[in-house]
Design a protein around this ligand. Structure first.
Ligand SMILES: Cc1cc2nc3c(=O)[nH]c(=O)nc-3n(C[C@H](O)[C@H](O)[C@H](O)COP(=O)(O)O)c2cc1C
Length: 394
């Protein structure tokens, strides 16, 4: 086996993941406007599961009822049957893949350009943030997910509490210790619900990439704290903050992807491959130095199996997160395992997918034959070129 580390199983609280490839969370725009599961959304996950990935983190599911169109929701029991179907359907095509869901509370936005900030929450409103995450976790359990990921990265509520921009004066802002207070309360409350035998991960920013944001100096301490609290993995992402976003055009809400920070979350083609690996490396070192073995996951323009293997071999991460690479070619894991690297349909980091998300459109990949919502099955470079695919492949 050429990629020994990449295809080595890893176990978290009794749940064994068959390899070290995790499909990181990716908003799809494929839900209904109200956030219910659709057939297209199910097909997206089925197709990805078929390609041999070890774990899939279903896209950020919103824990509050407030409007945010075409985002998956887990904010009330009426959403449970749909997400249950996703889990069941995936298990039918791949019994090995472990299914997780990312639970998330967003900050509210308005077309006037207004955006909610952490300072806007009254102290007495904070317990509701905890309660909403707990209720979402219960629904995720009911739906049959194998693990849950609490979203503490990017532009959202918990990440904004962790950030250096959080200047609250009620004990939930200011110093790093105070900024961690609410995310810790959420984590502990969710752990109490899922129990000690269930994998619970967190996703944090290794670096916010704006002048008033967190850097590796803070994210390492945050990671150590969550390792100490028993997080089963720490997924390291970056950027996507509002602080340096461009002023939106009139009648548009602010877009966290528009500034430098936004450009770092899913690094564009002009960044080198693996440009976030130094973050997982630094965080892993801090977590190991503190005596914890918590697996660290890294994503960010990792496209080649050989590169992924090297990151693991060098001890710079424990699991490789692939998002766009798997959107471009869901068969990436199987092709790597079978030595068919030449057949990989490579993500070119053009961010066609990300820009669709910013426009509230359906997320797809421009490497697929025009108009397709999912990768052809099977998927080889010849059918990746529009006009050359066979009808029966669709
Ligand atoms: C269209 C799109 C939607 C995304 N949605 C999420 C999300 O819901 N939650 C999250 O944590 N990251 C999200 N991400 C970030 C990815 O999970 C990943 O960290 C990033 O794209 C870098 O990995 P990659 O280079 O393999 O794509 C999204 C990325 C893209 C392109």
């Amino acid at each position: 086996m050429k990629y020994e580390k990449l295809f080595e199983p890893i176990t978290m609280r009794g749940v064994t993941f068959s390899n070290r490839i995790q499909r990181t969370s990716m908003v799809s725009g494929l839900t209904t406007e109200e956030g219910f599961v659709t057939e297209d959304l199910k097909k997206r996950y089925l197709r990805e599961a078929k390609g041999g990935v070890g774990a899939i983190v279903v896209e950020a599911a919103v824990v509050i009822p407030s409007k945010s169109p075409f985002n998956l929701r887990i904010s009330s029991d009426e959403f449970v049957p749909g997400i249950t179907e996703v889990v069941k359907a995936v298990r039918e095509v791949n019994k090995e893949v472990k299914m997780g869901i990312q639970i998330m509370q967003h900050l509210k936005l308005a077309k006037t350009g207004w955006r909610q900030k952490v300072e806007d929450f009254k102290t007495e409103e904070l317990p509701k943030i905890v309660a909403d995450h707990v209720a979402a976790a219960k629904r995720a359990l009911a739906a049959g997910f194998d693990f849950i990921e609490v979203h503490m990265a990017h532009a959202y509520v918990l990440s904004s509490f962790l950030s250096r921009v959080n200047k609250r004066t009620d004990g939930y802002g200011g110093s790093l210790q105070n900024r961690m207070k609410l995310p810790i309360e959420v984590f502990k409350a969710v752990r109490a619900v899922v129990g000690e035998n269930y994998p619970l991960g967190v996703r944090i920013n290794g670096e916010d990439f704006h002048v008033s944001g967190n850097t590796l100096a803070q994210s390492s301490r945050i990671a150590v704290k969550f390792a100490e609290l028993g997080a089963d993995y720490i997924s390291v992402s970056a950027g996507s903050r509002f602080e340096d976003a461009l002023t939106p055009a009139e009648g548009n809400p602010p877009d966290p992807m528009s500034g430098y920070s936004g450009h770092r979350m899913s690094p564009w083609f002009w960044w080198p491959d693996g440009c976030h690996v130094y973050l997982s490396d630094g965080i892993r070192e801090a977590v190991r130095a503190a005596g914890f073995t918590t697996p660290i996951i890294i994503a960010g323009k990792i496209r080649e199996p050989e590169h992924a293997e090297k990151i693991l071999q060098q001890g710079k991460a424990d699991v490789i997160g692939l998002c766009r690479a798997l959107l471009a070619d869901p068969d990436w894991p199987n092709k790597a395992k079978e030595g068919r690297e030449k057949e990989l349909v490579r993500c070119v980091a053009c961010n066609w997918c990300l820009e669709a998300d910013s426009r509230y459109e359906k997320v797809n990949c421009n490497r697929w034959p025009q108009g397709m919502l999912n990768a052809p099955d099977p998927f080889t470079p010849s059918i990746a070129r529009p006009g050359e695919f066979k009808k029966e492949d669709l």
